[in-house]
Design a protein around this ligand. Structure first.
Ligand code: ARG
Length: 442
């Protein structure tokens, strides 16, 4: 029973939140006259001493006392005697644990938000450096049109900005205080729930005591936001892995974020990126795990809910580590601008520019221009040359109106420079957006 019942093995991570909650609760009990000022002072001092003990690693955690709440409360009674035994008036572990976990998730959100900001700063910085460097843009992982490396990085800045927004939404909704809901029905003591809510930085007390002790939406929303963030990080990690494989050769990572092989001396493996991609499984799994825990629970508290903590803690730790590693790799990576530009021109990547020219200059309907360009691509492919290397006479076989001016639009540089529509990849756009992000994130 003890082995399945005890949560102290993992919920000790809540000790700061538990002590903060107990101090706020005791101060409120004294304020409304349930505790004497002298008892409250002893409780407060005792809790501060216990915090120091835990910090120092000398606190005697005991699995027989189940969880962090009972460990701390029992220790308090050991240290200060009877006043310690008055602390649990007008509360229950049910409102206590719900409060503690909200406080913990709130802190985790603040930490992850700062890390996302750091990653976005790193990306925007690198985007500014490479605002004008072309690379192949892909759809279906087939060469599509040239884009700039900076533009590609800024796409991730947009994703991470939305991730921050989701975390901020989660934080706003979670910031209500369950403390004082007691076991499930509220309490007969004249407590002041606004006071404890305020003391712990919550916006207000939770309105329904049954909901207050049984709601884990905040943890689920956090995990959902974390899962989407992890998915974004995984997509980026996948790209880093592709980019540094020799056939791509788009970037290099230093030894700081790679490892060697024990058998192949030439190997430089992007382990940090692979683990960033791999850790996504844990974060997505955490969301599914907690949804599954919650989906069959009648109101109010049930012990199943003790299973909320490990997924939340593990997802937060995995995401934090992945964010740190990813920001490190962004700062570390060295794009090979020469290779990127060369590859950007392969695969007839400026075929759309040719079609657009036929529309713009010769007035062809786009569908006709698309057809003519397709034939020219087939011709170039058969001759084993780029579009830009097709002689004018050959072009004119497909359409007599084509002039030598067409070659101006067939270079990679001309292609990216022409994409000046809002949000497009032109170096001018990208430099301006990178600068704007750098200002916004400062
Ligand atoms: N360790 C429990 C948890 O994490 C604390 C709440 C226990 N409440 C109860 N009525 N047994 O959920």
């Amino acid at each position: 029973m003890q082995r399945i019942n005890a949560s102290i093995g993992f919920d000790r991570a809540l000790w700061r939140q538990d002590i903060a909650g107990s101090r706020a609760h005791a101060a409120m009990l004294a304020h409304v006259g349930i505790l004497s000022p002298a008892d409250q002072e002893k409780i407060d001092a005792g809790l501060r001493d216990i915090a120091a003990e835990i910090e120092a690693g000398t606190f005697p955690f005991d699995a027989a006392l189940e969880d962090i709440h009972m460990n701390i409360e029992a220790r308090l009674a050991d240290r200060i005697g009877e006043p310690g035994r008055r602390l649990h008036t007008a509360r229950s572990r049910n409102d206590q644990v719900a409060t503690d976990l909200r406080l913990w998730v709130r802190d985790a959100i603040d930490g992850l938000d700062a890390q996302l900001g750091d990653l976005m700063r790193a990306l925007a910085q690198r985007a500014a450096e490479h605002a004008a460097d072309p690379m192949p843009g892909f759809t279906h992982l087939q060469t599509a049109q040239p884009v700039t490396f900076g533009h590609h990085l800024l796409a991730y800045v947009e994703m991470f900005a939305r991730d921050r927004g989701r975390l901020a939404d989660t934080r706003r909704r979670l910031n209500v205080c369950p403390l004082g809901a007691a076991a499930l029905a509220g309490t007969s003591f004249p407590i002041d729930r606004d006071m404890t809510a305020r003391a712990l930085g919550f916006d207000r007390p939770a309105a329904n005591s049954l909901d207050a002790v049984s709601d884990r939406d905040f943890a689920l929303e956090f995990l959902a936001a974390a899962a989407i963030t992890a998915m974004h990080l995984s997509r980026f990690a996948e790209e880093i892995i592709l980019w540094c494989s020799a056939p791509f050769g788009f970037i290099r990572l230093s030894d700081a974020f790679t490892t060697g092989s024990s058998i192949m001396p030439q190997k430089k493996n992007p382990d940090a990126a692979e683990l960033a991609r791999g850790k996504t499984g844990r974060v997505l799994g955490a969301l599914v795990a907690l949804l599954t825990v919650m989906k069959g629970l009648p109101l109010a508290y049930a012990k199943d809910m003790q299973e909320d903590k490990e997924p939340v803690f593990d997802a937060a730790a995995s995401l934090s580590l992945t964010l740190a590693a990813t920001a490190g790799m962004v700062r570390d990576m060295r794009p090979d601008a020469v290779r990127l530009a060369a590859v950007a021109g392969e695969g007839f990547s400026t075929a759309t520019d040719l079609a657009d020219w036929l529309v713009r200059v010769l007035g062809l309907p786009f569908r006709t221009a698309h057809h003519v360009t397709g034939r020219l691509v087939a011709r170039a492919e058969a001759d084993g040359v780029d579009l830009a290397a097709l002689p004018l006479a050959v072009m004119q076989v497909e359409h007599p109106g084509i002039t030598s001016e067409v070659y101006d639009v067939l270079s990679v540089a001309a292609s990216v420079a022409s994409r000046t529509s809002y949000g497009g990849t032109s170096p001018h756009n990208v430099a301006a957006q990178a600068a704007q992000w750098i200002r916004d994130l400062a």
